[in-house]
Design a protein around this ligand. Structure first.
Ligand code: SF4
Ligand code: SF4
Length: 70
């Protein structure tokens, strides 16, 4: 996802981050998460009670699997 698009939603708790699509199980997203909100799965799952919507996982994913949804 383009960084400008991501920037719009950073720390916006009215949106959710979800993993959809062809995950390569590299877990760059898991390692990028400062809140330990992502669980290693194929694709990973996000614990929304921990997620701050910092979007670091979205930016770390090389396959654009992590999406921002309303
Ligand atoms: S960074 Fe992307 S491809 Fe890698 S594990 Fe996470 S969702 Fe899957
Ligand atoms: S948006 Fe930030 S806090 Fe939420 S799962 Fe991704 S990296 Fe973790």
């Amino acid at each position: 996802m383009k960084s400008k698009e991501v920037e719009k939603f950073r720390y916006d708790k009215t949106v959710y981050v979800v993993a959809v699509g062809n995950c390569g199980t590299c877990y760059y997203c898991v390692n990028a998460c400062p809140e330990n909100a992502l669980r290693e799965w194929n694709p990973p799952t996000v614990d929304n009670s921990l997620c701050t919507r910092c979007m670091k996982c979205v930016e770390a994913c090389p396959r654009n699997v992590l999406k921002i949804i309303r």
